[in-house]
Design a protein around this ligand. Structure first.
Ligand SMILES: Nc1ncnc2c1ncn2[C@@H]1O[C@H](COP(=O)(O)OP(=O)(O)OP(=O)(O)O)[C@@H](O)[C@H]1O
Length: 342
């Protein structure tokens, strides 16, 4: 459904007088099979949106090739657009029409009849908890409601390949859960292929068959969440003990764990299978006369995976502020004026 080879996108920006080159996407290869839900994960500025905009024909790659739904993104961009649903990060630019009319107009652009689009539109409003808002002007909707309206517009023509750029950013927990459910059903009930970007680890984990991690414009991993986590060396065990017992606790933990670290009254290290190792460890600790205040065991998270792969945690990578996008970028302006749902 999606194939990309060596995709590159470079932006030229100016900071004061100095010209800078940002290689936002730096040789990306991707393969997404029909019916797969792929979570495209990475910190802010990693290149997720830029990759997505090349795949959805809104940006022409500087180098590399890609086909989407069997069509070349450069030579057959019109066919690509007809074959996909796209919900951009920025959200749609709405006219002064009412929400229902916006959705109807959008669906009719795809050649659907008025009746088809009306039926599907009401169905989507219902599923996305927009019921009762058909007649509302988008400007009078809350941020979360507008986001769900974007999504209804992106799905109105029942695309079998859907691109979602950070679909749940700005939604409250209930609306988020509802949208997760909707995305899961797109696949299970309609057999849709979904490619979604996110920087929420739990979202990637909950929704995706496969997770592709991008960092600084390059793909650093691509596998199921379980396989990725299995690459991280073990569960993190943290013991809390009285100050006098820290050294003994560290020694006991080191006999079963790797890279033991001490911080105040906490001693932590990674063990291959905590469920097997911890009972014996507790006996040893008790035997040595150490009073344990608490013990915590953490299974590896996708953040641990990112840390293992890049040496940075996703949170740290997020706080490394990337360069600001060039406001004069014509592609960005074109994307905004296109109403963004392609
Ligand atoms: N139009 C542009 N002009 C200049 N630089 C840009 C432009 N668009 C993106 N960039 C830069 O390219 C890099 C990748 O940006 P991109 O938006 O693809 O990242 P992202 O992973 O989607 O981040 P986020 O999670 O914040 O959306 C960043 O350094 C960004 O500042």
């Amino acid at each position: 459904m999606i194939t990309a080879r060596g995709l590159v996108q470079t932006f030229h920006t100016k900071v004061g007088r100095e010209k800078r080159e940002v290689r936002a996407v730096d040789g990306v290869d991707l393969d997404v099979a029909e019916g797969e839900v792929v979570g495209f994960l990475g910190p802010n500025g990693a290149g997720k949106t830029t990759t997505l905009r090349m795949l959805t024909t809104l940006l022409r790659p500087d180098a590399g090739t890609a086909t989407v739904a069997g069509y070349d993104v450069v030579k057959e961009s019109e066919q690509v657009r007809r074959s996909i649903g796209y919900v951009s990060q920025a959200g749609g630019v709405f006219s002064s029409a009412r929400a229902g009319e916006e959705v109807m107009d959008h669906g009719m652009l795809y050649g659907l009849s008025k009746r088809q689009v009306e039926t599907r539109g009401h169905e989507l409003f219902d599923q996305l908890q927009l019921d009762g808002l058909w007649e509302r002007m988008p400007k009078n909707m809350s941020g979360g409601q507008k986001r769900r309206l974007d999504i209804a517009m992106g799905l109105i023509h029942d695309p079998t390949l859907v691109f979602l750029d950070e679909p749940t950013t700005g939604l409250d927990p209930q609306a988020r859960a509802n949208l997760w459910d909707h995305i899961a059903r797109l696949r299970s009930e309609r057999g849709a292929t979904v490619f979604l970007t996110t920087h929420y680890l739990d979202e990637a984990d909950a929704l995706s068959d496969r997770i592709v991690i991008i960092d600084q414009g390059r793909i650093v991993a691509s596998d199921t969440s379980d396989n990725l986590k299995a690459q991280v060396s073990g569960d993190l065990v943290t013991l809390e003990v009285g100050a006098a017992h820290v050294a003994v606790a560290a020694e006991k933990l080191a006999s079963v764990a790797e890279s033991v670290e001490t911080s105040g009254s906490h001693v932590s290290g990674r063990v291959a299978r905590a469920g097997r190792v911890v009972p014996g460890l507790l006996r040893e600790i008790e035997h040595a006369g150490v009073t344990l205040e608490s013990i915590e065991v953490h299974r590896p998270t996708l953040d641990d995976v990112f840390l293992t792969l890049t040496g940075r945690s996703l949170r740290d990578a997020e706080s490394e502020k990337p360069g600001e996008p060039d406001a004069a970028d014509p592609a960005a302006t074109a994307a905004a004026s296109e109403g963004v749902t392609a």
